[in-house]
Write a protein that binds this ligand. Structure first.
Ligand SMILES: NC(=O)c1ccc[n+]([C@@H]2O[C@H](COP(=O)([O-])OP(=O)(O)OC[C@H]3O[C@@H](n4cnc5c(N)ncnc54)[C@H](O)[C@@H]3O)[C@@H](O)[C@H]2O)c1
Length: 439
């Protein structure tokens, strides 16, 4: 959706009374009488949504916007909506004015989340960052540690966590609806519409005048511009910028699994995937995690299997789900000692066998505002639920899966306190990456 189409939604927000002052007082976060001065980095597509959702809080003031594309679908559209906000193409110039803002939204492609968010955290700014938090495990770990060290309010943009459907599913597990959980299967069986080619094209397209291509690349290695393969949206295909479909959806779909079962770091991860080239992600893969068992699970080890790509999902019959039940295109199945819970992405949770749970009283949960909750918490009111203390380990687990996809069939043993694999030096090489010279 573009900023032009978005204008109608923005007016609806205003009509609902969720206005924001363009000339609010300049004030510090933590002062409950003040507005939170927010800088938004990455203002197109999901960034536009994040920006408008935060701006809908009467306690937020958008003071700066930053995007590497000046056109109307990106910075230009945001500038129309927030004409008094300072404008930047280069986030580093924005961060050079730390007295002008209290908090940042980071909604860029994944490869730039950590460089931007870490710099903001070190400036002691609160951060709302899109999922997955980072592009490497090392970055995700550093983001958690920096947020904790600096005592900042953070939130990852896995907003479905705050939807009543996911909240209901978590409550059901916590209430013991299916008893202790024996195994989990999670999947995203959608086609990867952004995976358009298997190799980098030899030729280059002309860079549009509105786009600062070098800034878009940021810390990633230099490559020629192509007008359909990267910006916007299709960067998801490429290992230099994303972590594939697991990176795109893992922090959503595995979120209620993590929350309901109190999961943290896995102890092993193993992928079944075709050999990768050095460029794009696999069209289909399976990633099997083992987590240490805990009071919500059965046995010493909990198996969580991720199925990824068109047509990839767990075997319904093997899970005892009836033929009449149409499996959602994405979601999770939690198999417990006294029943099975399906958590569609995004839909009402379902219990099986249906006869057994016919009279089950589903807990009634409300939606929570994932965005204004962050604004409120930055101003000292309440807490966030997907703070980096939670979202960091979730992102690490997702990105460990992406490392396994690079090394198909290898069972990688993870030591989270040492932040390394104990049995595979090549896998350890994928936990971090070199930033481009000058970044
Ligand atoms: N939570 C969700 O449901 C959800 C949905 C979609 C996307 N996302 C996440 O949002 C992020 C953006 O995804 P998208 O689909 O909107 O991507 P996109 O490529 O469509 O848009 C990214 C925006 O960021 C700008 N940008 C790129 N590099 C920048 C930089 N270095 N500095 C400032 N601006 C920069 C682009 O010009 C564009 O406006 C990703 O992390 C993605 O995973 C989350």
């Amino acid at each position: 959706m573009t900023w032009r189409i978005q204008r109608r939604n923005f007016l609806q927000v205003l009509a609902l009374g969720a206005t924001q002052s363009l000339v609010g007082r300049h004030c510090r976060a933590g002062d409950v009488n003040s507005k939170l001065r927010v800088a938004s980095i990455g203002t197109g597509n999901k960034g536009r949504d994040d920006l408008l959702q935060v701006a809908a809080s009467p306690l937020a003031e958008i003071v700066a916007i930053c995007d590497v594309d000046d056109s109307l679908n990106h910075l230009g559209g945001a500038a129309e909506k927030f004409p008094r906000a300072m404008r930047f193409a280069d986030y580093r110039l924005l961060l050079d004015k730390p007295d002008a803002f209290d908090a940042v939204i980071v909604s860029t492609p994944d490869h730039m989340h950590a460089p931007i968010a870490l710099a903001a955290l070190e400036l002691k700014k609160h951060v709302f960052c899109q999922k997955p938090l980072a592009h490497t495990v090392d970055e995700a770990r550093k983001m958690r540690l920096a947020s904790e060290r600096n005592g900042l309010v953070t939130q990852m943009g896995n907003q479905i966590q705050s939807h009543r459907f996911y909240r209901t599913a978590v409550r059901m597990i916590h209430d013991g609806a299916i008893g202790k959980v024996r195994e989990v299967h999670s999947w995203q069986s959608g086609a990867m519409g952004w995976l358009l080619v298997d190799a980098r094209p030899a030729d280059a397209d002309q860079i549009p005048k509105s786009l600062h291509w070098d800034l878009w690349l940021g810390v990633a290695p230099q490559r020629p511009y192509n007008d359909r393969l990267y910006h916007p949206f299709n960067w998801r295909a490429w290992q230099d910028f994303s972590s594939g479909q697991l990176g795109d959806f893992g922090c959503h779909i595995l979120d209620p699994v993590f929350l309901s079962l109190d999961l943290n770091a896995p102890i092993s991860v193993q992928a079944d995937a075709p050999p990768l080239n050095q460029e794009v992600w696999a069209r289909q893969c399976t990633v099997k995690y083992e987590f240490p068992g805990n009071t919500r699970t059965l046995g010493d080890v909990l198996s969580v299997t991720w199925y990824d790509g068109a047509g990839c999902h767990p075997d319904r019959a093997a899970l005892g789900l009836p033929d009449s039940y149409e499996m959602p295109g994405a979601g999770s199945v939690l198999v417990g000692e006294s029943g099975t819970l399906v958590i569609p992405h995004v839909g009402e949770p379902r219990l099986f066998p249906e006869d057994k749970f016919r009279d089950y009283a589903m807990p009634v949960m409300e939606d929570v505002n994932h965005y204004s909750g962050w604004v409120d918490a930055c101003l000292g009111n309440g807490t966030t639920t997907s703070h980096f203390g939670y979202a960091g380990p979730l992102t690490e687990a997702v990105l460990l899966g992406a490392v396994a996809v690079r090394l198909p069939q290898e069972k990688l043993l993870w030591d989270t306190s040492a932040a390394k694999f104990t049995n595979h030096s090549a896998a350890n090489g994928y936990l971090t990456k070199a930033y481009r010279s000058g970044w």
